[in-house]
Design a binder for this molecule. Structure first.
Ligand SMILES: Cc1ncc(COP(=O)(O)O)c(C=O)c1O
Length: 366
């Protein structure tokens, strides 16, 4: 029987009545932008992350871009991030008019390497974007310590890290701002596009609210040239309902990850490591192996879905070449690109499915 990488349809079927009901109410009200559902989601998301403000936006890429703009990052500024991410982490810097600078990741959790950051900081560095990749938090204390000596602001890319925790604090509360994606496959995902920026800073939050709505603070008064980047009410209705299940879903993901890691014992396999004091959100369960392609072939033959985030790291893409980013050598990133494979991971995964996936992976290595 086929095993998908994630099973969004089953999740929908479980919540279908509640979701259709809430959407119907929103549609009947015809208040479809910046209405009560967006406000409710913003309040609940701020509370969930433990911050003063959450501002709903159209998607995770705009969340990153507008967060940079709202913090005053723009032309002439350099923003340091990693290439071990989805392209949007770099794209947002370019959209903001700033210059991206890439550093390598540390090899255990695949997040920004603090030593690499310390070596890369220069006079133009204004911000960093650490990515909590796959749902594992970056080493925020070490990164924050470096930034505090240089007047550098931190934007967490938490697009994959809904509910991840670092030393008791929730992702979204670890930098000056944080960007979330509510793309449908995320741990908290809608049925279209959606995103959110979190912050404790009142001025940044006010800037974000203005920028997402064409630069208006008051209707009809355009204070700055902004964007049409609002979160819509229909997505917010879905997200308010699904938020109630996020913690349970994440607990199930953690249990599945533990089960996988116990089964996947082999010298040619490295299972995900979790740093002390961190809670992984397991958006993805990604293993490393120098024999990745053999594993992929075995999974394909067994009709088990997999993915290779990021077999083509974004700095090697044609779009990055225009900015000279393809010339940068990032040894850990580039080695990982040939070794990673993500296995099926979603709350509804069964023990039997985990066993079947693990046995298929191990059989490929025998
Ligand atoms: C790490 C990371 N950053 C940013 C984004 C962009 O989010 P969105 O697709 O909602 O624009 C994604 C989405 O896949 C992501 O994984």
């Amino acid at each position: 029987m086929a095993i998908p990488l994630m099973d969004l349809r089953s999740e929908y079927m479980q919540l279908r009545e509640e979701i259709l009901d809430a959407m119907d109410r929103a549609l009947q009200s015809m208040q479809l932008f910046l209405g009560p559902n967006v406000q409710a989601l913003e309040e609940r998301w701020a509370q969930y992350c433990g911050v003063r403000h959450a501002v709903g936006v159209s998607d995770g890429t705009q969340a990153l871009h507008l967060a940079l703009r709202a913090m005053g990052v723009g032309p002439g500024d350099e923003v340091i991030t990693v290439a071990w991410s989805f392209f949007a982490s770099i794209e947002a810097i370019i959209h903001a008019g700033a210059t991206p600078k890439l550093v390598d990741i540390e090899p255990n959790h695949f997040c920004m390497d603090p030593e690499a950051l310390a070596a890369a900081v220069g006079p133009q560095t204004r911000a960093i974007i650490p990515v909590h990749i796959y749902g594992h938090p970056a080493d925020m204390d070490a990164l924050t310590e470096i930034c505090s000596h240089h007047d550098i602001v931190i934007l967490e890319d938490a697009a994959q890290a809904h509910g991840a925790r670092y030393r008791g604090r929730t992702a979204g509360s670890l930098g000056n701002t944080a960007a979330f994606s509510f793309y449908m496959s995320k741990n908290l995902g809608g049925y279209g596009e959606g995103g959110m920026v979190t912050t404790d800073d009142d001025d940044i939050a006010a800037n974000l609210r203005m920028l997402r709505d064409h630069g208006q603070r008051k209707r009809g008064c355009f204070e700055t040239v902004g964007y049409n980047a609002r979160l819509d009410e229909l997505q917010a209705t879905v997200l308010c309902i699904k938020l109630k299940h996020l913690e349970t879903g994440n607990q199930l993901r953690r249990a599945h990850a533990d089960a996988y890691s116990q089964l996947l014992q082999h010298p040619d396999l490295t299972t995900p490591a979790v740093a002390a004091g961190c809670e992984h959100a397991y958006h993805l369960y990604t293993v490393r192996s120098p024999r990745r392609d053999q594993i992929a072939e075995a999974l394909r033959q067994a009709d088990i879905a997999y993915a290779t985030h990021y077999a083509n790291p974004p700095h090697k893409s044609p779009a990055a070449a225009k900015y000279g980013l393809d010339q940068i050598h990032l040894p850990v990133t580039e080695k990982l690109a040939g070794e990673v494979i993500s296995l099926p991971m979603y709350p509804g995964l069964t023990d039997a499915q985990i066993e079947q996936v693990a046995q298929t992976v191990l059989s490929a290595l025998r």
